[in-house]
Design a protein. Structure first.
Length: 184
């Protein structure tokens, strides 16, 4: 039996090249910048970006918040795939070059940080929450719950897990690829 990953007590240190596609709002253009970062197999892309920001280049801009994969703030394109930086470990990517780009289909603000205003406006406009049939009941204290079948739950459950990270929205080029009908 071959063990490919070491136990938690024995981290593997490796130096990675982070190629970051940065956006300069003053010029309105992108440029690439490379950074060398040493990380262990337990650290994430977000850890690498924070090491760059704190120790190498304080001007690097990106978003993050919870560091646990539940807020969606650190969504970015990592090695060509939309991912959460806090959940992506460079060691697991199998390469020493990590390419970081802002999410597509979003307006850039600076570097990897993008503007989610339109995304959230569209999200609110479709009212993605359960709405009671009787508006009077909407805000009153209920004496009991509304029963639902497993089939009814399965109709919306996958959408209830959404953390609004924008990764799925970033995957599609809406000018070329038709958007899938997620609400069948």
């Amino acid at each position: 039996m071959t063990i490919t990953k070491p136990p938690l007590s024995a981290p593997i240190r490796r130096t990675y090249t982070f190629k970051v596609k940065r956006y300069d709002p003053e010029r309105g253009s992108y440029y690439w910048k490379e950074y060398s970062v040493e990380l262990t197999n337990h650290e994430t892309v977000l850890d690498g970006l924070l090491k760059i920001k704190w120790g190498v280049d304080a001007t690097l801009s990106f978003r993050y918040s919870c560091r646990m994969g539940i807020c969606g703030s650190c969504g970015m394109i990592i090695n060509g795939t939309p991912r959460l930086a806090c959940e992506t470990k460079p060691y697991d990517l199998g390469t020493d070059v990590i390419t970081i780009e802002p999410l597509s289909n979003f307006e850039p603000i600076k570097d990897v940080a993008t503007d989610f205003s339109e995304f959230f406006d569209k999200h609110r406009s479709i009212k993605p929450w359960l709405i009671r049939k009787d508006e009077k009941e909407q805000f009153e204290k209920l004496e009991s719950y509304y029963p639902q079948t497993e089939e009814q739950l399965n109709e919306y459950l996958e959408f209830a897990y959404c953390i609004k990270c924008g990764l799925c929205y970033s995957q599609y080029n809406f000018a070329i690829t038709p958007r899938p009908n997620l609400l069948k």
